[in-house]
Design a binder for this molecule. Structure first.
Ligand SMILES: O=C(CO)[C@H](O)[C@H](O)COP(=O)(O)O
Length: 245
């Protein structure tokens, strides 16, 4: 199933001193979802923010809040993130102790459920929970920090997951080191939702965010359609703008 490409800026790369303005800026810049990376200093070697911050920024945009929980244990905190305003709650397959139970709990809270896989975790980790998930998040870096380099090894995993999920309405999201230069490759492999932190929030000012988001989106769309890829690889000819965008 070919699904619309979505771009989810990770606010981990935002200026936390101006977080409200940053949310408004990515909203205006064309972000589809707001990706919130929650880190606990235990499951991953970094601490970011928790449910209270999400609750505070939730009223600032109507966009989907895509909450990625890099925490263990996770079950005791699911309700807090649901109440804070998460639309999608993604837990790690590696966080345990019982992935199936966590996913049931997320759906019982009325939220979409996602599973994230660290780079060393095989796609088989989701084989028996496919009917409980709306999203699989393939980490293309080891979780914990923004600004790391994309791991090409994950392209094969994305292809295998695309085959595994078939026609099920499950999004394949990629997260870590995503840029306009590798967006085509991840989309060609089967990803339809791209998280990007550094590549969105870079630039002299928030005026650059729209261009950064559009560049990732155009590259991803081109990756899905080889004809567009040919077009994007060479200078544009008169009248081709509509085709590419
Ligand atoms: O989950 C994450 C790290 O654990 C971040 O979302 C991810 O790394 C995105 O940041 P960048 O685009 O800068 O790599």
């Amino acid at each position: 199933m070919s699904r619309e490409i979505l771009i989810a800026p990770s606010i981990l790369a935002a200026n936390f001193a101006r977080l409200g303005e940053e949310i408004a800026a990515i909203d205006a810049a064309g972000a589809d979802w707001v990706h919130c990376d929650v880190m606990d200093g235990h499951f991953v070697p970094n601490i970011s923010f928790g449910a209270d911050v999400i609750k505070a920024i939730r009223p600032l945009t109507a966009k989907i809040f895509d909450v990625h929980l890099m925490i263990a244990p996770v079950d005791p905190y699911l309700e807090a993130f649901a109440k804070a305003g998460a639309d999608i709650i993604t837990v790690h397959a590696e966080a345990g102790p019982h992935l199936d139970r966590s996913l049931q709990a997320i759906r019982a809270l009325g939220k979409k459920a996602g599973v994230s896989l660290c780079p060393a975790t095989p796609e088989t980790a989701i084989e028996y929970v496919l009917d409980r998930i709306d999203l699989v998040l393939v980490m293309t870096v080891n979780p914990g920090f923004g600004g790391q380099s994309f791991l090409e090894s994950q392209l094969e995993k994305i292809r295998r997951i695309r085959t595994m999920i078939g026609d099920r309405p499950i999004r394949i999201e990629v997260d870590g080191g995503i840029t306009r230069d590798n967006a085509a490759a991840v989309a060609a492999a089967g990803a339809d939702t791209l998280v990007a932190g550094s590549a969105v929030f870079r630039g002299k000012s928030s005026a650059d965010y729209a261009g950064n988001i559009a560049a990732i989106r155009i590259a991803a769309e081109a990756g899905r359609h080889p004809k567009l890829q040919d077009v994007s690889a060479r200078p544009m000819r008169a009248g081709e703008g509509a085709l590419v965008r």
